[in-house]
Write a protein that binds this ligand. Structure first.
Ligand code: AR6
Length: 192
């Protein structure tokens, strides 16, 4: 059973893999955070646990300065990666699934796009994403995978500064869903 797919879009490689986001050695890993930026469960908990207190210190500073009322959904901010292999963590906040008619698709796309833009504006070359909103926030992963793949593809069609975007799925069954979605999207048909 192969557990990885990859494809080039322009100069950027997209990889879809099964794994733990905190183990990725990309320049940045993305945190599926909440507006407080003060940590939580899932990916957020794992990143703060492994990355150490420097990440939370920088999150607190961001709250004190730029986002006193919390980070709005769809936005992203960057901090150190602390003790992680990745030098940076990009924190973004996806939508909570409330049936699909409360701007969830647009906000999920914005979360991916803001994170990618922040990576580029910081001169980073490689970035790894978890499957934003599909855990505690309850976004159905079949739907979320379409948005994740489409948004990354459309971004890379206009932007060639990144070397690699990795989509990291925690479980084999989530990876299988992403792979299935990829095969339905024209650009990803040559994925192998
Ligand atoms: N590596 C990769 N993926 C993971 C990992 C990991 N170490 N751990 C979990 N996942 P979630 P959300 C998967 O709940 O839905 C937090 O409390 C998981 O299986 O982390 O955006 C925050 O503070 C799922 O597919 O993020 C927020 O309050 C995906 O990552 C809230 O949860 C996302 O699950 C955010 O919820």
């Amino acid at each position: 059973m192969f557990n990885m797919m990859e494809l080039m879009i322009g100069k950027t490689k997209i990889r879809i893999v099964q794994g733990d986001i905190t183990e990725q050695n990309t320049d940045a890993i993305v945190n599926a955070a909440n507006p407080s930026l003060m940590g939580g469960g899932g990916v957020d908990g794992a990143i703060h646990r492994k990355g150490g207190p420097k990440i939370l210190d920088e999150c607190k500073k961001i709250r004190e300065t730029k986002w006193p009322n919390g980070l709005p959904r769809g936005n992203a901010v960057i901090t150190t990666g602390g003790n992680l292999k990745a030098r940076y963590v990009i924190h973004t906040v996806g939508p909570i699934w409330r049936g699909g008619k409360h701007r969830e698709p647009g906000l999920l796309a914005e979360a991916y796009k803001s994170s990618l833009k922040l990576a580029v504006s910081n001169g980073l070359k490689t970035i790894a994403f978890p499957s934003i909103s599909t855990g505690a926030y309850g976004y159905p992963i079949e739907e979320a995978s379409k948005i994740a793949l489409k948004t990354v593809k459309e971004f890379l069609e206009k932007e060639d500064k990144l070397d690699e975007v990795v989509l990291v799925l925690f479980t084999q069954s989530d990876l299988d869903i992403y792979k299935k979605t990829a095969k339905t999207l024209e650009t990803f048909k040559n994925f192998h």
